[in-house]
Design a protein around this ligand. Structure first.
Ligand code: SF4
Ligand code: MG
Length: 315
């Protein structure tokens, strides 16, 4: 078995202002092998950018991604290729990433063939086993994407990702487009795979219920910065950052499933031109002059619990 992705670490500065990518600034995110990290925040906060950087789909303009302590940018081409396979991405809309004119067996088998993961004569059996693992009937492998439901298409996306033996899945709103009942099924697939394959997950979602259900640890982002991170229980029981508190306050504690973040007062400022000091200050009920001028650092507030707020620093 391949050694597991030990940690992904990025210290990232914003891309050029004309870039379409949202800025992610000085984020330092480590993910341990086998861990499920939920990444939450309003849209435009940089969650997807961070996920794509972790999956090697975007190169940070500064900073680095490390896997097993080795910086991806220091790897030779062959090492980088193999490393990219170890972190696979699952998207919100699998249909958009499935070629409508290709049978699903060809889609699932493509990277396997290109990267010679199994000998050509074993490809068909291998594809069948991947489909099965994702909960799909392999006898349907000659069909085309439009012949499947939304939930089944997401399973096709999962089978395609699994086929290259990843250590880690970056799931970007992977169940957001599905009906709630189907969401539960797909989430169960993710959790079963975690058990079976010791997969590591970066689970990006704006659904707090999903994140609470799945994650070991939660990272809260606001305008390109991590504002709070803690174990899931700690974060949901004792949120310390005013932004996290606002997010959680919008969600009734009973049955958070399927509930979305409601709007917090005030517009989300542009991530390209964020407010000075603490980016949250224009919307924060506790903001002081210091908040407007000085960016709070992420500080430890309890075991496994870090928060970036001048208030928590003061106790
Ligand atoms: Fe609010 Fe100030 Fe804390 Fe930012 S640093 S969250 S503005 S109190
Ligand atoms: Mg997004």
């Amino acid at each position: 078995a391949p050694s597991l992705a030990d940690r992904i670490l990025g210290r990232i500065r914003p891309p050029k202002p004309q870039s379409v990518t949202h800025a992610v600034n000085n984020v330092d995110l480590s993910i341990r092998t086998g861990e499920v990290v939920g990444l939450v925040g309003e849209s435009g906060c940089g969650k997807s950018t961070l996920g794509r950087i972790a999956a090697g789909l975007i190169r940070p303009s500064a900073g680095r991604v490390e896997i097993d302590g080795v910086s991806v940018s220091d790897m030779d081409a062959e090492q980088a290729r193999r490393t990219r396979l170890r972190v696979q991405m699952i998207f919100q809309d699998p249909y958009a990433s499935l070629n409508p004119r290709r049978r699903i067996m060809d889609t699932v088998g493509e990277a396997v063939r290109i990267h010679r993961i199994v000998p050509p004569q074993d490809l068909d059996a291998y594809v069948c086993s991947q489909l099965e693992r994702a909960g799909l009937d392999p006898s349907l492998r000659g069909r085309y994407p439009h012949q499947f439901s939304g939930g089944q298409r997401q399973r096709i996306g999962i089978a395609r990702a699994l086929a290259v033996n990843p250590d880690m899945l970056v799931c970007d709103e992977a169940v957001a487009a599905l009906d709630v009942s189907i969401q539960a099924q797909v989430l169960n697939v993710f959790m079963d795979l975690r058990e079976q394959l010791n997969l590591t997950y970066l689970f990006i979602s704006h659904d707090l219920g999903v994140v609470e259900h799945l994650s070991d640890r939660v990272v809260v982002m606001y305008l390109g910065r991590v504002v709070e991170t803690a174990t899931v229980h700690e974060l949901f029981q004792h949120p310390t950052h005013p932004y996290t508190q606002a997010l959680l306050a919008e969600v009734p504690r009973i049955d958070v499933r399927g509930k979305r973040f409601a709007a917090i007062k005030g517009e989300i400022p542009s991530p390209m031109n964020p407010p000075s000091g603490c980016h949250f200050h224009p919307r924060c009920p506790f903001a002081t002059d210091r908040c407007r001028s000085e960016a709070p650092a992420l500080r430890q507030v309890a075991a496994d619990h870090w928060s970036a707020c001048h208030l928590t620093e003061a106790g």
